[in-house]
Write a protein that binds this ligand. Structure first.
Ligand SMILES: [Zn+2]
Length: 425
């Protein structure tokens, strides 16, 4: 389900009359202390409303939630009835979880009340539903409320607000923006990085190439770390950069295993348009999503399974300790330290080894099945470790020399390796 959250219309300037304010309180029963707190809440609200200048007391409505039974919420129904007959202009309640027990009910109720011109004020979250940010904030908070309402501890409700300020779904670490009093404000230097990531991707760069470019040009994440593939992927997939928000993209399977699942229609999703200034045009964002899909399909169709290359997981960088991985370089396979590959030669001064070289040297050393590890050292050295723990040291020649190899020589080396492998399989 997809909904567009409409632009909030402010009500016409009110006539100078008193705002009729009602309060809603709800407590769990079964505990004497809680029952006591219900009467305390009632007197707190009636006192507060009657003392507030410009406000007119319109009643305190209260419900007792009885554990293990269906929550009839008579007080709440009476409050709604009073709103429907225009006896109330504003409702005060302690927190979101008091008003409704799940996202759907909460938003349904708030929307109905808004339609009736009734503002709801949540004390703990400090939100007026009639404010410009109200609906957006409501949606976000509501998704937490659903989770939190299952929690036994009422104190946990405070977490809702903290999490919100910490910033889901655009947490304080969303590159390109700062969260400032309810709005996302563009940070130009960061926006430029985001734009560069998008255009690099569309011009054909892979995730690794983008990661390397960011890390070698000194660009850090919002938390000051080096970039990684997932960080870049997250930027490329973050629809919030188009100035809209898709809320409730994920949800928790349940409150016990807390497994995060992608929302594919199990729960309502809310799309809020133009909630903040865009960094990436919607068309470019769509193009990137399509391109990601295309590349993923291409891998599925033509790509070999992971870890099927003869040296996968075997070659270790003798300089930094990271694994070597295979990549294509000018149409030829080479093996390169993954740290060097992602972070550049500042991070690791190792050298790539052409796959041909690895194949030829390995063929000289032993059948591949007997080689347990290969360490790439400085000075074009390769150290082969065999199953019995012995090490064999080999040196290889630079590309210019190895390229003078004839095709026959190369084919022979390949054949030798494959044959030996087969024998030992
Ligand atoms: Zn390395």
């Amino acid at each position: 389900m997809e909904r567009t959250v409409a632009q909030i219309q402010f009500p016409a300037p009110p006539l100078p009359r008193l705002t009729r304010v009602a309060a809603y309180a709800r407590v769990s029963s079964g505990k004497d202390a809680m029952l006591h707190s219900l009467s305390a809440q009632v007197s707190y609200y009636s006192d507060m409303i009657q003392k507030h200048p410009g406000w007119q007391y319109a009643g305190v409505y209260a419900d007792e939630a009885i554990t293990g039974t269906k929550d009839a919420r008579e007080g709440f129904q009476r409050l709604l009835a009073a709103c429907r007959t225009s006896e109330v202009d504003m409702v005060i309640t302690k927190s979101i979880s008091r008003l409704a027990r799940n996202t759907v009910t909460l938003l349904g109720t708030v929307r109905e009340l808004k339609g009736l011109g009734v503002d709801v004020f949540f004390e703990e979250q400090n939100i007026h539903t009639m404010s410009a940010d109200g609906e957006l904030m409501m949606t976000i908070l509501a998704s937490y409320a659903q989770e939190e309402s299952r929690s036994a501890s009422e104190n946990q409700l405070w977490r809702i607000r903290r999490n919100f300020e910490a910033g889901m779904p655009w947490n304080g670490t969303m590159l390109g923006y700062r969260y400032d009093r309810g709005t996302l404000v563009v940070v130009p230097e960061e926006a430029a990085i985001v734009q560069e990531i998008f255009s690099d991707y569309l011009s054909g760069c892979g995730l690794d190439a983008i990661v390397k470019k960011l890390n070698t040009t000194g660009v850090r994440t919002r938390n000051g770390h080096n970039w990684c593939r997932n960080g870049v992927r997250f930027v490329l997939m973050n629809e919030a950069y188009t100035g809209g928000l898709l809320l409730q993209k994920t949800y928790r399977e349940n409150h016990i295993n807390k497994k995060k699942l992608f929302n594919e229609g199990q729960l309502p999703q809310y799309r809020v348009q133009d909630s903040h200034e865009a960094i990436i045009p919607a068309e470019q964002f769509a193009a990137v999503q399509a391109e990601m899909q295309r590349r993923a399909n291409q891998c599925k169709n033509t790509g070999k399974k992971r870890n099927t290359y003869p040296f996968s997981g075997m070659v270790v960088c003798g300089i930094c300790g990271d694994r070597y991985r295979r990549k294509m370089n000018h149409g030829k396979p080479i093996w390169v330290c993954s740290r060097y590959n992602l972070y550049g030669k500042e991070a690791c001064s190792s050298k790539a080894v052409p796959e041909d070289v690895l194949l030829a040297l390995a063929a000289d050393v032993a059948p591949l099945g007997e080689i347990t590890a290969i360490r790439a050292e400085r000075g074009n050295a390769l150290v082969f470790t065999l199953g019995d723990g012995s090490e064999i040291f080999k040196r290889w020649q630079d590309r210019s020399r190895s390229e003078s190899w004839t095709d026959e020589k190369r084919a022979e080396a390949r054949r030798k390796t494959i044959e030996r492998n087969r024998r030992h399989a």
